[in-house]
Design a protein around this ligand. Structure first.
Ligand SMILES: Nc1ncnc2c1ncn2[C@@H]1O[C@H](COP(=O)(O)OP(=O)(O)OP(=O)(O)O)[C@@H](O)[C@H]1O
Length: 366
């Protein structure tokens, strides 16, 4: 459980943010300058709010009204930043052990073995940081933070300085941490793909305020609440299951109650569960089942809502067997097609992003 309600003035910038959630991984999302780092500094105890409250797992870390301010070293919050900041003169194992010693914990070989296994760094233990790739350094930095026995892990853009290949390498470890660890994680990111794949909850910051927050599917589906700059990334997030792979075309088929989606590449064995993101801008609406269309993905449903989005656009929310698919189309098209709540329609999905483990080389299809 993480909750905060904070105000802080930094020059002309005014942070005023509140959130409460119990998700395994909460993403702090926002464009540059929206206040993500300022908020992380407050959570970590590196700065003080003008007023406000922070609670982690039922423990009050800050409450200005009651004069409570737990200093950073007593908060039991593990921080990992964009740069791994490992000690260059210490081997990987000694970097890991430093985390434990720094927090005053007793030596615990089992805890060490668990962290090493979780992050897949067993073969690196005797190396120095200079002999590690960027992704390996970040895994060790996460391991060092875990060895301190934190109650909350703050990951401040840990993937930002890595290239795509290194990012792809480290993402599964963050997923394992989320799914198998018992420590809540706050991840700072400005990549919707990263957030859609990793996060359970999402807090969108805009100009120091929480523009919207909630589960990833809810937040990405509420385009009307999103700051303008991220609206083009909004849409539906569907939990799907791989049913087959056809090597002749290098295409996989995924299914959910909402329907069937074709994806390029091998999405893994039948039965694997994946999250699929369908951006609203990549969906068209047809009132009759389309024929002679290059798009492979057509989902049938009924219009659940039509939401105004500026003067030229509307968002059509289509209920496909209980899952919501959203199409951002012009108001002119909506009127021309006489779309209304309850109409049976077909959502034609132009492009699907797969926010899955092991994405194919070209994870987009048109
Ligand atoms: N000590 C300070 N004094 C004055 N202004 C500050 C101070 N710290 C931060 N700011 C301002 O607060 C705003 C938010 O900064 P912050 O670093 O929290 O944003 P961010 O979302 O983390 O951005 P980025 O993604 O670029 O790291 C910026 O406009 C920044 O210039």
């Amino acid at each position: 459980m993480l909750s905060f309600d904070l105000r802080q003035r930094l020059g002309d910038f005014h942070l005023d943010a509140r959130f409460s959630g119990s998700g395994r991984l909460t993403a702090l999302f926002g464009v540059s300058g929206s206040g993500k780092s300022s908020l992380i500094a407050l959570l970590a105890g590196l700065s003080r709010p003008d007023d406000g409250v922070i609670e982690v797992g039922g423990r009050t870390l800050v409450d200005t009204g009651r004069g409570i301010f737990v200093p950073p070293h007593r908060r039991r919050i593990g921080c990992v930043f964009q740069e791994a900041r490992l000690f260059p003169h210490l081997s990987v194992i000694n970097n890991l052990d430093y985390g434990r010693r720094f927090s005053g914990q007793a030596r615990d070989p089992k805890a060490m073995a668990r962290v090493v296994e979780l992050l897949g760094i067993g073969h690196l233990l005797d190396r120095g940081p200079s002999a590690l790739s960027g992704g390996e350094k970040q895994r060790v930095a996460i391991g060092r933070a875990l060895m301190a026995g934190p109650r909350l892990l703050l990951l401040d853009e840990p993937l930002a300085s890595l290239d795509e290949a290194r990012k792809a390498e480290i993402l599964p470890y963050i997923e394992r941490l989320r799914d198998e660890g018992d420590i809540p994680i706050v991840l700072v990111s400005h990549s919707v793909a990263e957030v859609a794949r990793l996060a359970s909850d999402m807090v969108v910051l805009s100009d120091g305020k929480v523009a919207t927050s909630g589960t990833v599917a809810d937040v990405l589906g509420r385009l009307d609440l999103m700051p303008e700059e991220m609206r083009s990334e909004g849409g539906a997030v569907l939990e799907m299951q791989v049913t087959s792979y056809d090597p002749r075309f290098d295409m996989s088929v995924l299914e959910a109650a909402a329907g069937r989606i074709h994806m390029p590449g091998d999405c893994g064995p039948a039965g694997r569960r994946l999250r699929v993101r369908i951006r609203a801008r990549d969906v068209m609406i047809a009132t009759g089942r389309p024929h002679g269309l290059s798009a492979l993905n057509v989902l049938d449903g009924k219009i659940a809502a039509i939401v105004e989005s500026g003067r030229a656009f509307v968002e059509v929310h289509v209920d496909c067997a209980g899952s919501r698919v959203i199409a951002r189309i012009t108001r002119q098209s909506a009127e021309g097609l006489e779309l209304a709540r309850g109409c049976a329609v077909h959502a034609v999905v132009k492009t699907v992003s797969l926010d899955s483990p092991h994405p194919p080389h070209n994870p987009e299809v048109t």
